[in-house]
Design a protein around this ligand. Structure first.
Ligand SMILES: [Zn+2]
Length: 72
């Protein structure tokens, strides 16, 4: 009987570890993706560094603002 309880506890513990590890891996992947999204790029007009998220993309180049896009 005690052995049975112990077995259930061990299985539950292993399931918890596997679940926790998967969640951690997801977190790490999500963080990596965020970092890639947040990569800084140089505006070709004013040479200011902006994050790709906020930049305006035109012909594969990243501009910090509409003014720089128009004054290229
Ligand atoms: Zn600019």
């Amino acid at each position: 009987m005690v052995l049975k309880i112990l077995a259930v506890v061990i299985v539950a513990f292993l399931a918890y570890i596997v679940f926790f590890k998967k969640n951690r891996e997801k977190d790490i992947i999500a963080k990596k993706n965020e970092q890639i999204e947040d990569e800084m790029v140089e505006c070709p007009t004013c040479k200011t560094y902006v994050s790709q998220k906020e930049a305006i993309v035109s012909n594969g180049k990243f501009y910090c603002s509409k003014e720089c896009l128009l004054n290229k």
